[in-house]
Design a protein around this ligand. Structure first.
Ligand code: PLP
Length: 394
């Protein structure tokens, strides 16, 4: 008998040979500064639980109470079964938080980009997209059938030239960017992008998955940090990173949200977030928006600066990172994975990032810092990273 799956096995073996094969670690503990990875205690540099909210008792209590009152699952899609009051309350809070008129909760960040972009633009329209945008933005753009015009990463001058040449050829236009780039840890120049979207009659959509809760004095994200929050048309963000839950949202004008409710397939045809999530997310936003949140952000910033400075002092290329996402350029997959394995041996859990997540030749170690890391642990981590780099770098 022929093996009908042989072509799949062959393709996976090719990935293994190129050291591009993914294996997933099993974790037996919450996502704190320390983790139990495959049974061993390690320092965690892989989590987006930047502020430690994922295991904060105020969130777990809010989720538990909501589950006891509303159940574990929401029953069906909202357009059919109706909306639980918890989702409505979360959306009101999210709209306030992002200084927008309305908001909609969505099942994940990936789903949000697939939900939002095709609902707003289609054939004859254009999307001007940063070349390093997240995979879910790229897929949302493709699904829309609008023309996708990529501009050079974080380069408003290039975008201006492109808009001047091309904007006239299309009906509607959206400029889309990550707020914080998920693999480079740098921030989009949002104030300049706001100027351009106003000059060239486009909407600006910001995917602030990694900025929400973390950046800006009150944690409202990259827009607040860049002092242009209210000028952004479409605020996409996730509940699963600094907010410690799961799911995502879009905050925007009321008509935009109403359009999603009527046209967005990823919203209409998908069961909404389980009730524990909106309850916990509201508790998370309250925390982010409090004096305690301010303190957590200050700690996170101090930790980020400490690790980044120690790595730069050791000559590492951090690819322009200015946030809690700290990449160390290692270029090729083989040494990258050797470094990751040796770091894990030394009790440091961080990921080597390879294609297709980054372009070939731009492999990196990617460390995400948390507010709950201790200064001594960061010092030890920097020493270990520099040591494996010296041993294995090509
Ligand atoms: C993580 C991430 C997403 C996806 O969010 P999920 O809720 O994990 O699906 C989307 N965009 C960016 C920029 C991200 O970093």
């Amino acid at each position: 008998m022929t093996d009908k799956l042989a072509w799949i096995t062959k393709a996976l073996n090719e990935l293994r040979e190129k050291k591009l094969y993914n294996t997933i670690r099993t974790i037996d503990s919450p996502q704190g500064a320390w983790l139990t990875v495959d049974g061993r205690k390690t320092l965690n540099f892989c989590s987006n639980n930047y502020l430690g909210l994922a295991n904060d008792p105020r969130l777990t209590e809010a989720a538990t109470a909501a589950i006891e009152q509303f159940g574990v699952g929401p029953g069906a899609v909202r357009t059919i079964a109706g909306t639980m009051s918890l989702h409505v309350a979360l959306e009101k809070r999210l709209a306030e938080f992002k200084e927008a008129k309305a908001a909609i909760a969505l099942q994940s960040g990936f789903a949000a980009n697939l939900a939002v972009i095709p609902a707003l633009v289609s054939r004859g329209d254009a999307i001007f997209s940063d070349e390093l945008n997240h995979a879910s933005i790229i897929d949302g753009c493709r699904l829309s059938r609008a023309e996708i015009v990529r501009y050079t990463h974080n380069n408003p001058n290039d975008l201006r030239t492109i808009l001047a040449n091309k904007r006239g050829q299309y009906n509607r236009a959206i400029i889309i960017t990550d707020g914080v780039f998920s693999m480079d840890g740098d921030m989009a120049p949002l104030a300049q992008l706001c100027d351009l979207k106003e000059a060239y009659d486009a909407l600006l959509m910001v995917d602030d998955a990694h900025g929400t809760g973390v950046l800006g004095r009150t944690g409202r994200g990259t827009g607040e940090y860049c002092d242009c929050l209210a000028r952004i048309d479409l605020h996409m963000g996730t509940l699963g990173k600094a907010l410690g839950c799961a799911g995502a949202y879009l905050a925007a004008a009321r008509v935009v949200i109403d359009t999603l409710i009527n046209h967005s397939r990823a919203f209409i045809f998908s069961t909404s977030l389980p009730p524990g999530v909106p309850a916990a997310a509201m508790a998370a936003i309250d925390l982010v928006d409090s004096a305690e949140g301010l303190g957590l952000r200050a700690k996170l910033e101090a930790n980020r600066a400490q690790l980044a400075q120690a790595l730069m002092a050791g000559g590492m290329d951090l690819l322009g990172s200015s946030t809690q996402i700290i990449p160390v350029l290692t270029r090729d997959p083989v040494p990258t994975m050797q470094m990751t394995a040796h770091l894990l041996e030394a009790g440091i859990f961080l990921q080597g990032i390879r294609p297709p997540t980054v372009a070939p030749g731009l492999c990196r170690l990617r460390a995400t810092v948390m507010a709950s890391h201790e200064a001594l642990d960061l010092e030890r981590a920097a020493e270990q990273i520099l040591a494996v780099y010296r041993e294995f770098a090509p």
